[in-house]
Design a protein around this ligand. Structure first.
Ligand code: NDP
Length: 275
């Protein structure tokens, strides 16, 4: 069950890869290019970038250098907070396409729910979706109350909500809400930015399968039905993180990792972000 090319069907029928490379903090162009190229050569079929990461250009360059066709790779990007609002988002989307040197995007997200702006931002995302420049609409860092507000003005519900999610922050309520509304969850900081990697319970579980803590966590995400986008600039880890399709955690192992939740965030809280 599951391979590196497994996908999950979004509510508009588009197939989104369940596993991909996150590229936050890859702000050195050469490092970003090399890491993305390494991931594509390893068989990754999805890249998660954002205008804020300042590496959309390297995503496009690595894709072309890899020899893969554009349609083979699922690219997500996001509109940054200072570019939100209707006209601003349309302009930001154009810039993102130019930086990536592509004529369409697979998924475009409102990066954070900027108060008084995020519904207009999403309306602009719907417009580029209607114009067929975008395969799927989505949001990021949206709480239940943001989504409820969005539903009141949206023509089409977002297909994806990308949120901080790892064994120490399992977001049960938000996940249930999204599931009921056909919104697929992507886990950002799936390894807790590396800070869940010292966990002894997960290490002991991984040992039974000959897998590292990172691999065990990634497998927990996959079996929990989250899209998972671990970031690494280390070639051996880029390979290691993709080597998670030859084992399966038991229900007991899954429950033991679920029980580690302590509602601990390593990133900003969506309601308290300093916009
Ligand atoms: P992750 O949870 O993916 O952790 C990345 C860290 O873990 C890096 O320090 C990396 O080190 C290390 N690491 C990766 N693999 C291993 C391994 N096998 N063994 C040991 N250490 C490892 O953190 P991110 O915050 O980067 O989240 C992933 C992606 O989620 C981002 O890149 C971005 O695409 C997205 N994101 C989205 C946000 C949003 O607001 N929508 C916010 C934050 C992230 P090294 O690179 O040195 O190898």
């Amino acid at each position: 069950m599951y391979s590196i090319t497994s996908t999950k069907k979004l509510h508009n029928g588009i197939e989104m890869p369940r596993f991909g490379l996150g590229v936050y903090k890859m702000d050195q162009p050469e490092e970003a290019f090399n890491s993305i190229r390494k991931a594509l050569d390893t068989g990754y079929i999805a890249i998660d970038t954002a205008a804020f990461y300042k590496n959309e250009q390297q995503v496009g360059e690595a894709l072309r250098a890899s020899g893969k066709r554009r349609e083979e790779i699922f690219i997500t990007s996001k509109v940054w907070n200072t570019d939100q609002g209707y006209d601003e988002t349309l302009r930001a989307f154009e810039k993102t396409l130019t930086a990536l040197n592509t004529d369409y995007l697979d998924l475009y997200l409102t990066h954070w729910a900027v108060p008084d702006k995020f519904t207009e931002t999403y309306r602009a995302i719907e417009r580029v979706y209607d114009e067929k420049l975008l395969q799927a609409t989505g949001v990021s860092n949206h709480q239940i109350h943001h989504l409820e507000k969005l539903f009141a003005t949206a023509n089409v519900k977002p297909m994806v909500n990308q949120v901080e999610l790892h064994p120490y922050l399992s977001q049960v309520e938000l996940r249930e809400f999204c599931q009921k509304n056909d919104i697929v969850i992507t886990a950002w900081s799936p390894l807790g930015r590396g800070r869940v990697l010292q966990d002894e319970t997960i290490a002991a579980i991984g040992q039974k399968y000959g897998k590292s803590v990172a691999q065990t966590i990634i497998r927990w995400h996959l079996q929990s039905d989250h899209i998972v986008i671990p970031k690494s600039v280390t070639p051996s880890r880029i390979e290691e993180n993709a080597n998670v399709f030859d084992f399966e955690l038991t229900a007991e192992d899954m429950a033991a990792i679920d029980a580690l939740n302590r509602n601990e965030r390593f990133g900003s809280h969506p309601d308290h972000f300093s916009f």
